[in-house]
Design a protein around this ligand. Structure first.
Ligand SMILES: Nc1ncnc2c1ncn2[C@@H]1O[C@H](COP(=O)(O)OP(=O)(O)OP(=O)(O)O)[C@@H](O)[C@H]1O
Length: 879
């Protein structure tokens, strides 16, 4: 076959055919499609536009001289010795006459615009101007302008409206008379003005002025409670004086008027609403359709003010529905979320459900556990019983930093808005609407682009906008998911600090049923970002040095301390930097967990970190064993069962506190211990969620060799403070943006597939000190929570046990095993509160003494002694 193929030499090419093919390649279609053809067509259109413009303009001055010649029609080109005055000679005169005199009069200039637009679009190969819109202008303009010009100039020598205009005007006069025609034309002009500029027609209202309710509470941190204005007809009134304040800012003679509350520079009163009359700008941009600016009343109607005043949302909604005219090109200051309860929250003590003991009688109240004579006590188990007197820290221990009120300069808002519009206009990007939401550190300008504007074009202007606003930290979100707008975040000149106190006092923090509530910060719309660490379930934090990581970690720890009882939560604190978390040493006997035999509860040494992480893995495995035995899927179900006394403590069951591992500076650990640290962290991250072990890991260096794929895959929730490069931002968030942040707690949180910009809550070291001292001074447990002991298998190998040198707890362990008839090391571990190492050693000694059988791997050993009498005999012989 192969030979056959080889032999079959291809026939020589037929020259005729070849020629045919070549010709086929350059078909007319291809020529038309060719980019160069389009460009040539563009150039032709541009030339045509210029030709028409010059010819028409020339015709305006030479029409009288050229009129007779132009009337010759095409014969003008054949005539000899004909002197034509038009700058374009006979052609110019003929074309101008055809378009202006025989056509549409001065409206014919619209053809110049049309060809210009068409030419530019074709030449640049993209839609720089909207052709459809220009075509609309052309058709409507030709009809309306020609009639509008022909009607009042009827009988004049020059044909202002052209033959078509005159014809239509005559027809209109015949049908509706002179008055009717005047009215129709006036209506057309008015409609155009309304459509184009959307002026405000306002009747003076006599309605009694409605007062926006406000709470008089000087201590409040809340924007609402200090709301100083009452709603007026045409402006905003000062709360105290009751004088209407029509403070209009003139914007550099641009006639941009801003109606806004009287703003005292020195006061921190928030700006709730103001309106910007955008007529001039709309005209300037040439692309923005102006619609009447929204009145302050409209802002109320849209619910912005209602939100603030706490009116029913339904009411707000209905007024919104009535206001169907879209407000365009006004800067609408969106009011932000307000937790009114925060106002009263300064002295709120955190209550938790831990006190709920319930009177419910236990179904299994009378049950006696089969293997022991242990009788279940009455009522539910109270995990908090041991530290019943424990008092939660009060909010007085925290400080309110600054005023917390959203401070914003209206001129800054106005200037930024104008800059954004101007920058976009420079790139010929038309926008329909712009709204601003003022947050603690940044203001979000939300833009609705005009139809047909490509989002990528705005996104690409990030640097240009940043340059024009002369501000760092500009971030463009194009589009904002689920909003249909494009967001431009611009840092505020005056930033407000978000106090931890405000967040902890908020209703969302006080009244949630999260297992591990953490207050992280405030969103741009001032909504508190409070989430459940248990559902996250682990958190990865990154940020360059000095950008707010330690403050962030403190915020998380403090929020947990405010909500959890020592019996419910334990921290394992790893601090290679040695100074960041040492402050928490005071709560060792309340909230800290550590390895048995250790003195220092905060782990700073890498070797000990490896042991601790492995101990946590053992704890995780032990907890899974307990859950399996109890038939529960997670710690919540398990603890509920335990509290209801459905699990036998004699069998090693116990109330399981949540364990939160905090690692400040993960990079350092990976550098020094590498895989030894990465493996247990990855294991914990993969599995520990269900058994109540959660990780918070922070690093300065979010590079790929530190945050490896395995680590990343298991930390779906991530926080990025300002990082030094876009690559770092990508490593941590899988998206850019963190390099654009402005530091000092400005952060991006990637959670539930969304990236949210937050201002991290600020809690200063003296505040943390006060909180930990308050807890530390109370009665605690005798010692820190003991993690299982971890010994390197290598260290264990080859160790023999001598019966004469047996453990002091040998007898107790033997009794426990015989009583339970279960040869399990973890039983000894749990019941006798021993580390894995010691429990294992005890089990080996029990084996040597013939009390238990050989190690059966994962199964419990056989118990060879079946009664306590028998055991006593063995013990006696060993004395
Ligand atoms: N949420 C915040 N609000 C206001 N200021 C903040 C906030 N977070 C941090 N800062 C400011 O930034 C400074 C540095 O913060 P922090 O010590 O947390 O940085 P870091 O990232 O932990 O730095 P390092 O890695 O060097 O320890 C703080 O002293 C504080 O002044």
């Amino acid at each position: 076959m192969a030979n056959k193929l080889k032999k079959k030499t291809p026939p020589p090419p037929d020259p005729a055919k070849l020629k045919e093919d070549k010709e086929a390649q350059v078909s007319v279609k291809d020529v038309v499609k060719d980019e160069r053809t389009t460009k040539i067509a563009g150039a032709v259109c541009l030339l045509l536009a210029i030709f028409l413009f010059i010819a028409f303009t020339s015709y305006l001055f030479t029409w009288q001289e050229d009129q007779d010649k132009a009337r010759m029609g095409v014969h003008i080109f054949a005539a000899d010795n004909l002197k034509v005055d038009n700058l374009f000679g006979a052609l110019g005169a003929y074309v101008s006459h055809t378009f202006i005199a025989n056509g549409f009069g001065l409206a014919s200039y619209l053809f110049c615009t049309f060809f210009f637009v068409l030419g530019v679009n074709l030449l640049f190969g993209k839609k720089i101007f909207s052709l459809a819109r220009n075509l609309r202008y052309l058709i409507v303009g030709l009809l309306v302008i020609s009639v509008a010009l022909a009607f009042p100039t009827k009988g004049s020598e020059f044909s202002w409206g052209g033959a078509t205009g005159e014809m239509m005007s005559d027809w209109l006069v015949k049908v509706v008379g002179n008055v009717g025609t005047t009215l129709i034309l006036a209506l057309a002009v008015l409609s155009y003005v309304i459509w184009r500029f959307n002026p405000v027609f306002k009747m003076p209202q006599r309605k009694p002025k409605e007062v926006v309710p406000f709470v008089e509470n000087d201590e409040t941190e809340n924007v609402v409670t200090n709301y100083p204005f009452v709603k007026g007809d045409s402006g905003i009134m000062d709360k105290e004086t009751g004088v209407e304040n029509n403070n209009r800012l003139k914007n550099d003679g641009k006639n941009v008027s801003v109606i806004m509350p009287k703003h005292d520079e020195t006061s921190n009163d928030p700006i709730h609403a103001f309106e910007i009359n955008e007529k001039e700008i709309a005209e300037d941009t040439g692309t923005i359709t102006a619609i009447p600016p929204k009145e302050i009343n409209d802002l109320y109607a849209e619910g912005l003010m209602n939100e603030v005043s706490g009116e029913e949302p339904a009411k707000a909604k209905s007024s919104k529905k009535n206001n169907t005219i879209p407000a365009e090109m006004e800067l609408e200051i969106k009011d932000t979320v307000n937790d009114t309860e925060e106002a009263q929250g300064n002295h709120v003590t955190v209550h938790d459900d831990i006190e709920e003991t319930g009177d419910e009688t236990n179904d299994e109240e009378d049950e006696v556990y089969p293997s022991t004579n242990f009788r279940i006590p009455d009522g539910d188990y109270e995990p908090t019983k041991e530290l019943r007197d424990y008092k939660f820290p009060s909010l007085d221990l925290l400080e309110a930093h600054g005023s917390e009120k959203i401070v914003h300069d209206p001129t800054e808002l106005e200037a930024n808005k104008n800059q954004i519009i101007a920058t976009l206009k420079n790139y010929d990007i038309a926008i329909q609407r712009i709204a601003a939401t003022v947050g603690p550190t940044v203001t979000l300008y939300e833009i609705v682009p005009a139809p047909g504007v490509r989002i990528s074009r705005i996104k690409n202007l990030e640097d240009d906008i940043a340059l024009s606003l002369a501000a760092l930290g500009i971030r463009i979100i194009a589009p904002i998911p689920g909003r249909g707008t494009i967001g431009i975040e611009v840092p505020n000149v005056r930033k407000s600090v978000v106090s931890m106190k405000t967040l902890l006092a908020s209703d969302k923090f006080q009244n949630n049923n999260f297992a591990l509530p953490i207050a992280i910060g405030k969103k741009i719309d001032n909504e508190n970002f409070i989430v459940d660490l248990a559902s996250m379930p682990h958190l990865l934090m990154a940020g360059a040095t000095g950008q707010g990581k330690s403050v962030g970690i403190n915020a998380l720890l403090v929020s947990l301390l405010y909500k959890k009882h020592p019996s419910q939560l334990k921290f394992v604190l790893v601090d290679p930097k040695k100074v960041e978390l040492s402050i928490y040493r005071a709560i060792e006997k309340h909230f800290l967990a550590m390895l048995p035999g250790e003195e220092e509860p905060i782990i700073t040494d890498t070797k000990k970190v490896v042991h601790t992480l492995n101990a946590l893995c053992i704890e995780m495995d032990n907890r899974y064993d307990l859950l399996k035995e109890a038939g529960c899927r997670n710690i919540k179900e398990y603890n509920e069962k335990f509290v209801k006394r459905k699990l036998n403590p004699q069998k090693g069951h116990q109330y399981l506190p949540f364990i939160v591992l905090v690692v400040d500076e993960f990079a350092d650990l990976i550098m020094t211990a590498g895989k030894e640290v990465e493996m247990p962290i990855a294991r914990l991250a993969q599995l520990a969620r269900a058994v109540g072990i959660h990780l918070i890991i922070a690093t300065q260096r979010p590079s790929v060799n530190i945050i490896t794929g395995t680590i990343k895959a298991n930390f779906p929730a991530r926080i990025a403070f300002k990082v030094s490069s876009k690559i770092d931002s990508r490593t941590i968030l899988d998206a850019g943006g963190a390099e654009q942040l402005i530091g000092k707690g400005d952060m991006l949180v990637s959670y539930n597939g969304e990236i949210t910009r937050l201002q991290c809550a600020f809690v200063d070291t003296p505040e943390v000190d006060r909180v930990v001292d308050f807890i530390g001074e109370q009665r605690g447990y005798p010692q820190a929570f003991m993690l299982p002991e971890y010994v390197d298998e290598k260290e264990m190998e080859g160790k023999d046990f001598d019966l004469s040198d047996r453990d002091p707890l040998f007898e107790d362990a033997a009794r426990l095993i015989v009583q339970n008839q279960m040869g399990s090391t973890s039983l000894i571990q749990r019941r006798m509160k021993l580390g894995y190492n010691r429990a294992g050693r005890l089990m080996d000694q029990l084996e040597q003494a013939g009390i238990v059988g050989k190690n059966l791997g994962s199964k419990a050993r056989d118990v060879l002694v079946h009664s306590e009498t028998e055991l006593q005999e063995i013990l006696d012989t060993m004395q």
